[in-house]
Design a binder for this molecule. Structure first.
Ligand SMILES: Nc1ncnc2c1ncn2[C@@H]1O[C@H](COP(=O)(O)OP(=O)(O)OP(=O)(O)O)[C@@H](O)[C@H]1O
Ligand SMILES: [Mg+2]
Length: 257
């Protein structure tokens, strides 16, 4: 079998105040697929994503393309795995939008002229190029979310971890983001309460509750199981968009990057 893109074995994590956030999590995430990471508030979605690029570190093991997520490998892992935080203020810290989006590529040692190209391309992708000289902190919440995505796209990651990417986006920019994610032929894990987005973009779903894995299954199987969704505080407000848009599951369109 092909090596998993992300492999998680027996992962447990408690926050310093004792809150149990992840409990005996075992998962294999295949390259080239798009996964929806769902579950009620406090399920452990954000905590899990923070483990994949080593911002948090629990008991158990995680590897990315076979490389263990350990201190000594973090530079390599973070150059391949882009994480867009749930809270944009955790991600944006430079004086201008340009500096924020250029930070990753500069840190990776990209030549300055290439950095400028990467920044412009990433800002165009999220429709924020006009804000290139502005201060990130003066932007609206939804605008900040889009800049956060650009800070990761500018590094051309192999794996994209997105935490609530559509939260606070207006309908036009939510749609634009979905189209952009559809075009990106990389492995994606999207933590979200937007089950319509999951229906449109994801071929598989990981359902967490109280830090435990409830199920990892095809998106169709999970999204059509109303009782399962309700048992974990979730509901489909609309039918899966796939049925309306005719979007195919990612596996059928892409081969793994
Ligand atoms: N810094 C922290 N200190 C203590 N407990 C925390 C901290 N951050 C999160 N938790 C707790 O860890 C558990 C998992 O939280 P997490 O933020 O991962 O959930 P989530 O699934 O992302 O929720 P949401 O849908 O609200 O974003 C929750 O019980 C939460 O209260
Ligand atoms: Mg969260």
């Amino acid at each position: 079998m092909q090596q998993p893109c992300i492999e998680v074995k027996g992962l447990n994590f408690n926050y310093p105040d004792g809150t149990k956030a992840l409990e005996d999590l075992n998962l294999e995430i295949e390259a080239g697929r798009t996964y929806g990471l769902i579950g009620p508030n406090g399920a452990g979605k954000s905590t899990f994503l923070l483990h994949v690029n080593g911002i948090l570190s629990g008991r158990g093991a995680i590897s990315v393309f076979g490389l263990p997520v350990l201190e000594k490998n973090l530079t390599s892992i973070r150059s391949q795995v882009g994480l867009v935080f749930q809270d944009p203020d955790s991600q944006l810290f430079m004086p201008t939008v340009f500096d924020d989006v250029a930070f990753g590529p500069l840190n990776m040692g990209m030549p300055v002229d290439k950095v400028r190209e990467a920044v412009v391309r990433a800002l165009e992708e999220v429709d924020m190029l006009p804000a290139i000289k502005r201060s990130s902190h003066h932007l609206s919440f939804g605008e900040k979310k889009r800049i956060c995505l650009a800070t990761v796209l500018s590094m051309s990651p192999k794996v994209l971890l997105l935490d609530e990417p559509t939260a606070n986006l207006d309908p036009k920019h939510r749609r634009q983001l979905i189209r952009l994610l559809e075009r990106l032929r990389i492995t994606k894990v999207i933590a979200t309460h937007d089950l319509e987005l999951v229906g449109e973009l994801c071929s598989r779903v990981i359902l967490l509750d109280q830090g435990r894995l409830i199920v990892e299954e095809t998106a169709d199987t999970v999204l059509s199981n109303t009782a399962l969704l309700e048992a974990h505080g979730l509901e489909m407000s609309v039918c899966p968009g796939r049925e309306r848009s005719g979007v195919l599951p990612d596996r059928e369109r892409f081969s793994p990057a």
